[in-house]
Design a protein around this ligand. Structure first.
Ligand code: THU
Length: 129
């Protein structure tokens, strides 16, 4: 992945946050997933009055990619606008591990960009075996 591709993912994730529906938390999140064939799938968080039906930005982006048949997901950027890294929640880590065990998780903040493997973020995933 070139620095230009990473920049593109960061830009797309930031733009995706504009569509977030976050009236309850006020916390808008955007995500962008890169597939092996170079496609980019974006997502934002979408909250619901029930709260439990709310979905995270990375889950939306990941499931869009999966549902479009994207394979070999290479990277995901998750971003919020508070200037700090937006670490994926535990449930999203489990989802990412299941569908994209090789994915790099790229988390930009105001002054730095941190990159993790999904294994680093979820060292002991639940697996069906
Ligand atoms: N959220 C995400 O979309 N992704 C994360 O990685 C962390 C949290 C959303 C869920 C909820 O809509 C809001 O941020 C506050 O928790």
């Amino acid at each position: 992945m070139t620095p230009a591709v990473v920049e593109e993912l960061i830009k797309k994730a930031g733009e995706a946050a504009s569509a977030a529906r976050a009236p309850y938390s006020g916390f808008k999140v955007g995500a962008a997933v890169l597939s092996a064939d170079g496609r980019i799938f974006t997502g934002c968080n979408i909250e619901n009055a029930s709260l439990t039906l709310s979905v995270c930005a990375e889950k939306v982006a990941l499931l869009k990619a999966i549902s479009e048949g994207a394979l070999g997901l290479k990277a995901i950027v998750v971003t919020s606008r508070n200037g700090q890294q937006c670490f994926p929640c535990g449930g999203c880590r489990q989802l990412l591990f299941e569908f994209a065990p090789e994915i790099k998780v790229i988390l930009p903040a105001r002054n730095s960009v941190k990159t993790y493997t999904i294994r680093e973020l979820l060292p002991e995933p639940f697996v069906k075996e």
